[in-house]
Design a protein around this ligand. Structure first.
Ligand code: ZN
Length: 439
């Protein structure tokens, strides 16, 4: 008998790699935070003696879901301003509220709420883009969730930094250098959009990102108005400007990409640019529908993101999966587009690849970190089960997520958070609402 820390038995397992297969009555063995074996349940009983055995009949085990784009602390602004188009929403609601209220304390409380919500929804890894990224990094590390902290780069003064140069130096000192060897936290840079960053700042960013070997993520072609305003101001579409600045390469994660020319899709494919598709944020702000089926045809890596809770309004990748599948079908006038298997990849391994983590997470394979999500299919609306892959995409809701492990740590156990106190998190959020609503 071989010793291991944890042995998880589930009726079904969707490892994603290799070849989208479905495993029945299998077990996953975990030791020192990593997956050491995926094997038939009967064999596992003979081979392993585990410190903890988790039995989950009627459940399906999948790789932890990856949220490639959010603004975690904006959970505090959830529901504050709905039913507005992007530019008005930003200029009249979000930016003035942020100017008045954003602080280290708000970011700590908002990020904790987001992390608790995401773990409850089966998300084991998220990429966050917000002010005070060092506070978000700390909150993620404390909660033992995996995070890619995308540090903001913005020309004007904010509560966090005075200028783009200040953003870059704080990002390297407070986030990159501090977490460079951390097993769960990594970092990249996040210029908000081409509208808020000058050519000089982009040039500095390029040098620093190269030096630190960090990726860049940016909101790109989210609305038609963003493109019109850029053309009027610079004569260039935002993507064209990034090309001129030498920022278009395989470490670029372009967020939204609702409005793309065929030549831009070709350029994405040629350069290896990845796309963070945030369908429900795009729908709610009436930005449009990203041409995902065309991007996939061109072999562009498309991953999923929730965007912030102020524009979505929930951090729920299972919900994004179903929405992404359905809008791609109607947009393409083809029900065969984006089948359940592709959507599952998009929410797991393709998300990991977009964040530069595909060698570590995104599938259930020996050697990878044990970032896992277990979903209970024993519900009226998920029965009967012909193919659990279809049930996960087309029937499951986040409330069915029973268990979550990140690097082998059991962070959600039969629906209960083990490392966070939900009540405290909710009380803090309610206190912020009282303060903000009182003004
Ligand atoms: Zn965003």
């Amino acid at each position: 008998m071989q010793r291991c820390d944890t042995l998880i038995y589930a009726d079904w397992c969707i490892p994603i790699e290799p070849d989208d297969r479905l495993l029945e009555r299998h077990a996953v063995a975990i030791h020192d935070g990593r997956i050491i074996d995926v094997l038939d349940a009967a064999l596992a009983q003979e081979k392993y003696r585990a410190n903890a055995v988790v039995n989950r009949p009627d459940h399906v085990l999948i790789p932890g879901l990856v949220n490639t784009h959010t603004h975690a602390a904006m959970t505090i602004f959830r529901g504050l301003a709905d039913d507005m188009a992007l530019e008005r929403w930003l200029r009249e609601a979000i930016w003035p509220t942020e100017e008045r209220w954003v602080s280290a304390e708000l970011v700590r409380d908002g990020t904790k709420l987001a992390i608790a919500e995401m773990l409850r929804a089966g998300i084991t890894c998220f990429s966050d883009q917000y002010f005070f990224p060092e506070i978000a990094a700390e909150a993620a590390a404390d909660a033992h969730i995996r995070a890619v902290i995308a540090t903001p780069v913005i020309d004007f003064k904010t509560a966090w930094a005075n200028s783009a140069a200040d953003c870059l130096s704080k990002a390297s000192d407070l986030v990159h250098d501090r977490y460079v060897d951390h097993p769960l936290i990594s970092s990249c840079f996040a210029p908000h959009s081409t509208a808020t960053v000058s050519d000089e700042a982009f040039a500095q960013l390029r040098v620093v990102a190269d030096q630190l070997d960090c990726g860049i993520q940016i909101h790109l072609h989210e609305s038609a108005q963003e493109i019109e305003e850029a053309l009027a101001k610079t004569g260039l579409r935002p993507f064209e400007r990034l090309q001129k600045l030498g920022l278009v390469n395989a470490s670029l994660l372009a967020v939204h990409c609702v409005h793309l020319l065929p030549s831009e899709i070709d350029a994405f494919a040629a350069a290896g640019v990845a796309v963070a598709h945030c369908p429900r944020s795009n729908l709610k702000l009436a930005d449009g529908v990203a041409p995902v089926a065309t991007l996939l045809d061109a072999d562009v890596n498309v991953a999923l993101g929730t965007d912030g809770a102020a524009s979505n309004n929930v951090l729920d990748i299972l919900g994004e999966m179903r929405t992404a599948a359905m809008i791609a079908k109607v947009q393409s006038d083809d029900a065969e587009v984006m089948p359940a298997r592709s959507i599952l990849r998009m929410a797991t391994i393709d998300g990991a690849r977009a964040l530069g983590l595909a060698h570590e997470v995104g599938s259930i394979e020996a050697g990878k970190w044990a970032d896992l999500t277990c979903i209970d299919l024993n519900r009226l609306h998920s029965q009967p089960i012909y193919d659990p892959r279809s049930q996960v995409v087309y029937t499951a809701s986040s409330e069915q997520v029973a268990d979550v492990w990140v690097a082998g740590r059991h962070l959600l156990d039969q629906g209960a958070l083990t490392h966070m106190n939900s009540e405290d998190v909710i009380i803090r959020a309610q206190e912020w609402r009282q303060r903000i609503a009182a003004v």
